[in-house]
Ligand binder design. Structure first.
Ligand SMILES: [Fe+2]
Length: 195
């Protein structure tokens, strides 16, 4: 068991205290759900992975108006909540390689847990968009359908396939991630308005 300074309930409360737009809150909850499934497959700590997913964009609501500042406020926010440097570095790593983020664009992910977070939070975009296209249905979504959407670059064009593919650096396959993502999002479907 890895040590977490706050409960999951407290983390959700903190996120809501910044009044996120509903689709952003949905993204945080989905990222948590997918990370928990990925943790299970990797034999890692579900609560720790889940917390990373939940809080990875903690400063998004207060930085989205100026995207270049995304993840510059997160370290202080997380430190104040009691998270250690290791946790904070993993959170920051999901912004590595992004041209929009001057302080992070030249860095590269190197750890399994970093690849897991980046891939998990990114695939939520595909799953959610695909679910909306299917009349909000996620529960009967199949991995092979999601895989087709992954391969169709015109679908959810802003979704970074290269980042999703980083899951392979954890030892898991893309198919395993597709299945895990559908499983995770299905578990929270009621909470996020899917069926
Ligand atoms: Fe995100």
């Amino acid at each position: 068991m890895m040590n977490l300074p706050i409960t999951r309930e407290k983390a959700v409360e903190v996120l809501r205290s910044y009044h996120p737009e509903e689709f952003d809150m949905i993204h945080y909850l989905e990222s948590e759900a997918v990370m928990k499934e990925v943790a299970k497959l990797l034999g890692e700590d579900e609560d720790y992975f889940g917390m990373l997913g939940l809080l990875h964009d903690i400063d998004w609501t207060i930085t989205k108006s100026e995207v270049s500042t995304h993840l510059t406020k997160a370290p202080d926010m997380l430190k104040r909540l009691g998270f250690d440097d290791e946790f904070i570095q993993i959170i920051l790593s999901h912004g590595y390689g992004f041209e929009e983020l001057p302080q992070l664009k030249d860095k590269e992910r190197t750890k399994k847990i970093e690849y897991a977070l980046a891939a998990s939070e990114t695939i939520t975009g595909l799953v959610y968009t695909y679910a909306l296209m299917r009349g909000k249905k996620v529960s009967d979504m199949e991995a092979k359908g999601l895989k087709k959407k992954f391969k169709d670059k015109a679908f959810a064009a802003g979704c970074r396939r290269d980042v999703i593919a980083e899951i392979e650096k954890t030892g898991l396959t893309l198919d395993q991630l597709f299945e895990a993502a559908i499983r995770g999002v299905t578990k929270i479907k009621d909470e996020i308005g899917l069926i």
